[in-house]
Design a protein around this ligand. Structure first.
Ligand code: ADP
Length: 477
């Protein structure tokens, strides 16, 4: 089998490889991917550092052309890359193709942004002096990504990093190197100069840690668990380095008495269970007012009965497998915790056997949960949802905000008054009215508050906040 190698200083290198396993069929090896060392990581950082002076001054047309070529190739290969994504991560093929299209759109967006780089000219308070405000690239950016969006998250970090003139050392999650390798290969062939984008696949404790320990990274952008995010923060402070963290969520979705039941059920089923509940914007807390509670539980349970859990590649599948054995154990451990805490298992909770050996788990709904239970406070990151009954809108809002996290929040209501109040008062970075908490556009800011995120927003033109540093220049005329 071919080994998909690391890209360091423009060369494909590495002979030590790890198997990429299909969670829908654990007998299937998706590919062999290089397992980088701390020495490889140091070489990649050195290459990115050497490439920075030229790339930071490169013409915006060159950046535009490369990013556009990458976006175009990803779109042209969306079915093939979507299939690779579904096979390595386990989301369904339509979800995986959708994510691939989004990655392409992100490259197209930043190809456009490269042509729109601009500054400001402002008069000084002193006579005959002009002030210019411009943005400089940061330097070498370390990109560390998680397994749940194997192509979109690398795209939304790599594209702005390159657009604004930074060089990159990119370390994807161990479980899903395939899509990352593919987009790095696409960008390399699109004409990036040597060393501008370096790929080091391998373990977080080895490659990731070597990145955290390096004095030569000017910034690290990280998406992953809260625990690792804290390590990124501590190590970055040590090196006086800029950092950006996207971590967990325990996103609430409020359903009020006046909600359109069909809209509410569709949004809850999508938010809680699609992509196997493995989205940081998934809604894992449904907060439902008394008047609609029983009707909503009945309708949601009926909906869950129709959802087919099976191989991600089958056209009849709604929910693919859990990503790996470790995550499956986390999910089933939390299901036991929920039962012990006294929540009522209203649907699911069981492993499912299919034609191929995979990590199949039923969508699982706990009702009669309280917001104090561990299943309502801790991020599970699987298809496991707590439903909490509340008296009225005020209690719903208070419950929604009673969480250490603050990424996304949703409300299902036909009341303009409540929708407006919720948008203003919910403590989240993103708010959805009559929509799933997950499923965001690629051209507008993404991020949260409280324990979910740290640093500037990602995506859209707001991405410039992290990937550049502002310079204020004064000139005597
Ligand atoms: P998850 O538990 O969801 O896999 P992690 O935070 O462990 O989340 O992983 C997110 C990313 O962080 C992955 O690419 C992983 O390899 C990386 N990572 C894990 N440990 C470290 C570490 N000590 N230093 C840097 N990166 C790490």
């Amino acid at each position: 089998m071919t080994i998909y190698q690391n890209l360091i200083a423009g060369e494909w290198v590495g002979s030590d490889a790890t198997e990429n396993i299909n969670p829908s069929n654990t007998k299937e090896v998706v590919g062999l991917y290089a397992n980088g060392s701390a020495t490889d990581t140091k070489a990649a950082i050195a290459a990115a550092k050497a490439a920075f002076p030229a790339w930071s001054r490169s013409g915006i047309w060159e950046r535009h052309v490369i990013l556009k070529k990458a976006g175009d190739e990803i779109m042209a290969r969306k079915d093939e890359l979507g299939a690779l994504l579904a096979r390595e991560e386990g989301k369904t093929l339509p979800e995986a193709i959708g994510e691939t299209i989004r990655a392409s759109q992100i490259f197209e967006f930043f190809a456009g942004e490269a042509l729109r780089l601009a500054g400001e000219i402002i008069p000084s308070v002193r006579p005959n002096i002009g002030v210019e405000i411009t943005r400089d690239p940061l330097g070498v950016i370390g990109i560390i990504t998680p397994w749940n969006f194997p192509i979109a998250i690398p795209a939304w970090k790599i594209a702005p990093a390159l657009c604004y003139g930074n060089t990159v050392v990119f370390k994807p999650a161990e479980l899903v190197p395939g899509c990352s390798w593919a987009i790095v290969d696409i960008l390399h062939r699109a004409g990036l100069p040597k060393g501008v984008l370096n790929l080091v696949m391998g373990k977080g404790s080895v490659v990731g840690q070597a990145m955290l320990d390096s004095p030569d990274l000017a910034g690290i952008t990280f998406t992953g668990s809260t625990g690792t995010g804290k390590r990124v923060a501590v190590a970055s402070l040590e090196h006086n380095r800029k950092f950006q963290l996207e971590m967990g969520g325990k996103n609430p979705m409020v359903v009020l008495d006046d909600a359109d039941l069909t809209v509410a059920v569709e949004a809850a089923a999508n938010s809680g269970f699609f992509s196997t509940g493995q989205r940081c914007t998934a809604s894992s807390r449904l907060i439902v007012t008394e008047g609609i509670h029983d009707k909503f539980v009945a309708a949601l349970t009926e909906k869950l009965k129709t959802l087919v859990v099976d191989d991600a590649m089958k056209p009849t599948t709604h929910i693919g497998p859990v990503v790996d054995e470790r995550q499956l154990k986390t999910d089933t451990d939390y299901i036991e915790i929920g039962k012990k805490e006294g929540a009522k298992l209203a649907f699911g909770g069981e492993l499912v056997t299919r034609e191929t050996p995979g990590f199949y788990l039923q969508p699982t709904l706990f009702t009669e949960a309280t917001n104090q239970m561990r299943i309502s406070r801790e991020e599970i990151f699987g298809p496991v949802v707590s439903l909490i009954r509340v008296k009225d809108y005020d209690e719903a809002l208070a419950t929604a905000n009673d969480t250490p996290f603050g990424l996304s929040a949703g409300i299902a209501t036909t009341s303009l008054k409540h929708a407006t109040h919720f948008k203003r008062n919910v403590e989240a970075g993103m708010v959805m009215v009559n929509l799933p908490t997950a499923g965001v556009d690629f051209h507008v800011p993404f991020g949260g508050r409280k324990g979910s995120s740290y640093g500037p927003r990602e995506q859209g033109k707001y991405a410039a906040e992290f990937y550049t540093t502002v310079k204020t220049s004064y000139t005597l005329a």
